[in-house]
Design a protein around this ligand. Structure first.
Ligand SMILES: *[C@@H]1O[C@H](CO)[C@@H](O)[C@H](O)[C@H]1NC(C)=O
Ligand SMILES: *[C@@H]1O[C@H](CO)[C@@H](O)[C@H](O)[C@H]1NC(C)=O
Ligand SMILES: *[C@@H]1O[C@H](CO)[C@@H](O)[C@H](O)[C@H]1NC(C)=O
Ligand SMILES: *[C@@H]1O[C@H](CO)[C@@H](O)[C@H](O)[C@H]1NC(C)=O
Ligand SMILES: *[C@@H]1O[C@H](CO)[C@@H](O)[C@H](O)[C@H]1NC(C)=O
Ligand SMILES: *[C@@H]1O[C@H](CO)[C@@H](O)[C@H](O)[C@H]1NC(C)=O
Ligand SMILES: *[C@@H]1O[C@H](CO)[C@@H](O)[C@H](O)[C@H]1NC(C)=O
Ligand SMILES: *[C@@H]1O[C@H](CO)[C@@H](O)[C@H](O)[C@H]1NC(C)=O
Ligand SMILES: *[C@@H]1O[C@H](CO)[C@@H](O)[C@H](O)[C@H]1NC(C)=O
Ligand SMILES: *[C@@H]1O[C@H](CO)[C@@H](O)[C@H](O)[C@H]1NC(C)=O
Ligand SMILES: *[C@@H]1O[C@H](CO)[C@@H](O)[C@H](O)[C@H]1NC(C)=O
Ligand SMILES: *[C@@H]1O[C@H](CO)[C@@H](O)[C@H](O)[C@H]1NC(C)=O
Length: 530
C-alpha cells in the first residue's frame, strides 16, 4: 500500500519541526569505504546471566514460551534468531551438584550482590534450559574463577551435560571464564592473587580448555573436532583493568587456534554512579562515540599486530549501566533509543555482533521472563530498541552499516547496505522529551532531516519507534506493533492508535525530508521499485 506524500501530516501532528541549518545529508548508493565490515549473522544477540538462564528459558516440562516468542519476533525481523550467550559473573560462581533435583540452588549474600546469588549449585536439570528454544544457537560459559579441586570437578562433570544438551547444531561456542581481568580486583571478592599475570591467565586458560577438550572427546567426540570446538575469549570486562588485552593475546591465548571470536564486554557507566542522566549519559551520541571508539581502537591494535587475524571482534556482553541498570534510566524508553544509537554506531565501527546482557529483575532487561515480587513479567522498553536494530541489520552476513555524521550530539543517522547496495537509513533523535514534565497543551517538538538520495530512488517507506516520551515505561510501539505480554503473550499486535504505512517521496532534486519527534527513531527503507 502506498499513501500519498505524507510529510505535511507529520508536521501538523507535532510542533513546527526544528529545521536543521545544514544541507541535505548525502547517502551513497554503493557501500562507502567508511562503512563497518560485514556483520556476522544475528548481529542483534543476547547474553543471559548464567544463574537466570532457567528463568529465561524454562525447562522441558515448563518451557518459557514468552521468551521464545520475543526471540522469534526478532528472528522474523532480523532474518536469524538471536544467538544466546549463557554467562556472566555467576558462571564463575556455579558449582555442580549431581543430586540437586532442580536447576539451581542460589544463595544471595547481600554484601556481595543483591541482584544475583553468590553461592550457586546447579543440578543436572540446569541443562534442560538448552532444549526449550527451537532453532537457537548458544554459547555455554564454563567456570574458570573457582580454582582448586571443586572448580575442576565442576568443569569435568558439566562438560558431558553441556555437550549433550548442545548437540545437533545448538552450540555456537564455548566460553571459559567471565571477565578474568577482574579476578584480582572484583568487588565480589578477589579470586586470584594480586601477582596473577596475563601469562598466568593464559596458562590457566590453556590448561583448563585442554581438559574440556579431553572430556568432550570422550562424551561428545563430534564436538571435539577442529571445526566444532571453538571459544569466545577473553571476555574481559574492559580495556584497562588488571589484565591487559593486548598483552594477553601476545602471551598467545590462541596457542591452540580455537578462539573463534574476540569478545569484550562494555557498559556506559554504573547504575549508582553520581551524575548519570538520560540526556547527559545515554541519550548522548558523544558518549557513545567515545566508548565505541575505544573498543574499536583495541580491535584495530590487535589486528595490526596480527594477533587476531580472522577473529571477528564482538561485544559478548554489554548494556547501558553496569550493576544491572538504574530504575528510571535503564528501563525507560530513552534507554531503548540509546540501544539503537549505540548498537548501530558499534556496527559502523567494526563490532561484528553484540549480545545485550539480561537477568531477572535487572533494570536494563529487555524483558522480565518470570513474575517476581519486584518485577512484573513482561516486555520492557529496551526490547523495542532491539527490534529496531534487528530491522536495520536484516539480511544475512552481507550487511554493512555506515555512520552518517550529524552536527548535534543529540542526533545520529546511519545507512545499511545489503550486498553492497543501499537498503535502509536510520535517524535517531536523542533530545530528551519527558512527557510528564512537558506542557501537555504544547505539541511535541520534532527535528526535520533532509537526505539526498541516489537518483534512482524516488521514495522511501517509513517505520517509527515511538513512545509518549523518553521517560515512558510502557506504550512503546515499533511500526505500530506492540509486543507486550498482556496482549498476545509477546506476539506482534498492531495497535489502532498509531499511524503506519507512511511513505515519503523525493522532491525534484532527489531530496527526501523526514520529521522525527524528539526522543524517537525512524527507519527509512528505499523503494527499489520506483
Ligand atoms: C509452549 O510451547 C510448546 C511448544 O510449542 C507447547 O507444546 C506448549 O503447550 C506451550 N506451553 C504453553 C503454556 O503455552
Ligand atoms: C546437593 O544436593 C543435595 C540434594 O538436594 C543436598 O542434600 C546437598 O546438600 C547438596 N550439596 C550441596 C553442597 O549443596
Ligand atoms: C521445571 O520448571 C518448573 C517451573 O519453574 C519447576 O517447578 C520444576 O522444578 C522444574 N523442573 C526441574 C527438573 O528442574
Ligand atoms: C542450597 O545451598 C545452601 C547454601 O550452600 C545450602 O545451605 C542448602 O543446603 C542447599 N540446598 C540444597 C537443597 O541443596
Ligand atoms: C587459586 O586461587 C587462589 C586464591 O586467589 C590463588 O592463591 C591460587 O594461586 C589459585 N590456584 C590456582 C591453581 O590457580
Ligand atoms: C604470588 O603471590 C602468592 C601469595 O599470594 C605467592 O605464594 C606466590 O609465590 C607469588 N608468585 C609470584 C610469581 O611471585
Ligand atoms: C554529552 O557528553 C559529553 C561528554 O561527557 C558532555 O560534554 C556533553 O555535555 C553531553 N551532552 C549533553 C547534551 O548532555
Ligand atoms: C602483520 O602481517 C602483515 C602481512 O603479513 C605484515 O606485513 C605486517 O608486517 C605484520 N605486522 C606485524 C606487527 O607483525
Ligand atoms: C525486592 O526488592 C527489595 C527492596 O529492594 C529487596 O530487599 C528484595 O531482596 C528484592 N527481592 C528480590 C526477589 O530480588
Ligand atoms: C521526568 O519528569 C518527571 C516529572 O518532573 C520526573 O519525576 C522524572 O524524574 C523525569 N524523568 C526523567 C527520566 O528524567
Ligand atoms: C541540538 O541539541 C540541543 C541540546 O543539546 C537541542 O536543544 C536542540 O533541539 C538539538 N537540535 C536538534 C535539531 O535536534
Ligand atoms: C495506544 O494504545 C496503547 C494501548 O491501548 C497505549 O498504551 C498507548 O499509550 C497509546 N498510544 C498513543 C500514542 O496514544
Amino acid at each position: 500500500m502506498r499513501l500519498l506524500n505524507i510529510f505535511p501530516l507529520v508536521v501538523s501532528a507535532t510542533a513546527a519541526a526544528v529545521v536543521r541549518d545544514v544541507s541535505a545529508i548525502s547517502v551513497d548508493k554503493d557501500v562507502p569505504s567508511s562503512a563497518g565490515p560485514a556483520l556476522l549473522e544475528s548481529y542483534m544477540s543476547y547474553s543471559i546471566e548464567f544463574c537466570y538462564f532457567p528463568d529465561y528459558a524454562g525447562n522441558k516440562s515448563h518451557p518459557n514460551n514468552f521468551s521464545n516468542q520475543l526471540l522469534d519476533n526478532l528472528a522474523d525481523i532480523q532474518g536469524v534468531k538471536p544467538y544466546i550467550r549463557v554467562g556472566g559473573n555467576t558462571q564463575d560462581y556455579a558449582l555442580y551438584n549431581a543430586s540437586l533435583e532442580y536447576a539451581i540452588n542460589g544463595t544471595v549474600i547481600p554484601s556481595k550482590s543483591v541482584d544475583y546469588p553468590y553461592i550457586i549449585y546447579i543440578g543436572p536439570s540446569f541443562f534442560e534450559s538448552y532444549a526449550t528454544w527451537p532453532k537457537t544457537k548458544f554459547s555455554h560459559g564454563f567456570n574458570l574463577g573457582k580454582n582448586g579441586s571443586e572448580g575442576l570437578e565442576t568443569l569435568l562433570n558439566t562438560v558431558p551435560l553441556a555437550c549433550k544438551a548442545l548437540q545437533d547444531g545448538k552450540l555456537a561456542y564455548w566460553e571459559l571464564g567471565n571477565e578474568p581481568d577482574l579476578f584480582k580486583t572484583s568487588s565480589q571478592g578477589p579470586v586470584r592473587p594480586s601477582n596473577w599475570t596475563e601469562q598466568d591467565y593464559v596458562d590457566e586458560w590453556l590448561a583448563k580448555s585442554r581438559k574440556i577438550h579431553d572430556a568432550l572427546a570422550k562424551a561428545c567426540p563430534e564436538m571435539a573436532t577442529e571445526k566444532n570446538y571453538q571459544y569466545l575469549a577473553p571476555s574481559f570486562a574492559g580495556l584497562t583493568n588488571s589484565l591487559d588485552p593486548v598483552a594477553t593475546w601476545k602471551d598467545d591465548l590462541n596457542t591452540d587456534k580455537n578462539i573463534a571470536l574476540n569478545s569484550v564486554h562494555n557498559y556506559i557507566g554504573g547504575a549508582t554512579q553520581p551524575g548519570i542522566t538520560l540526556q547527559g549519559t545515554l541519550m548522548n551520541h558523544t558518549v557513545t562515540v567515545t566508548k565505541v571508539k575505544s573498543l574499536s581502537n583495541l580491535s584495530q591494535v590487535l589486528a595490526a599486530d596480527n594477533l587476531t587475524t580472522n577473529i571477528p571482534f564482538i561485544l559478548g556482553e554489554h548494556n547501558s549501566l553496569y550493576n544491572e541498570g538504574a530504575p528510571g534510566l535503564s528501563n525507560a524508553f530513552g534507554a531503548a533509543i540509546w540501544g539503537v544509537d549505540f548498537n548501530l554506531y558499534a556496527a559502523s565501527q567494526g563490532v561484528r555482533r553484540q549480545h545485550m546482557h539480561q537477568g531477572s529483575d535487572y533494570r536494563y532487561a529487555s524483558w522480565q521472563p518470570v513474575e517476581t515480587e519486584n518485577t512484573t513479567l513482561g516486555t520492557k522498553p529496551p526490547y523495542y530498541g532491539n527490534v529496531f536494530v534487528a530491522a536495520m541489520v536484516h539480511g544475512d552476513s552481507d550487511v554493512q552499516i555506515t555512520d552518517l555524521p550529524l552536527s548535534n550530539e543529540t542526533e545520529s543517522a546511519y545507512a545499511a547496505y545489503v550486498g553492497g547496495k543501499l537498503a535502509r537509513i536510520a535517524v535517531v533523535n536523542l533530545v530528551e522529551y519527558n512527557y510528564t514534565d512537558s506542557d501537555p497543551t504544547a505539541p511535541r517538538p520534532s527535528a526535520s532531516y533532509d537526505f539526498q538520495l541516489p537518483s534512482e530512488f524516488k521514495s522511501v517507506s517509513v517505520q517509527r519507534l515511538l513512545a509518549n516520551g523518553s521517560n515512558a515505561l510502557s506504550g512503546i510501539t515499533w511500526d505500530g506493533y506492540s509486543y507486550n505480554y498482556e496482549l498476545e503473550g509477546g506476539k506482534p499486535v498492531r495497535l489502532g492508535n498509531v499511524t503506519v504505512g507512511e511513505t515519503a517521496r523525493a522532491d525534484k532534486n532527489g531530496v527526501i525530508t523526514i520529521d522525527v519527534p524528539y526522543s524517537s527513531a525512524v527507519m527509512l527503507t528505499v523503494d527499489h521499485g520506483n
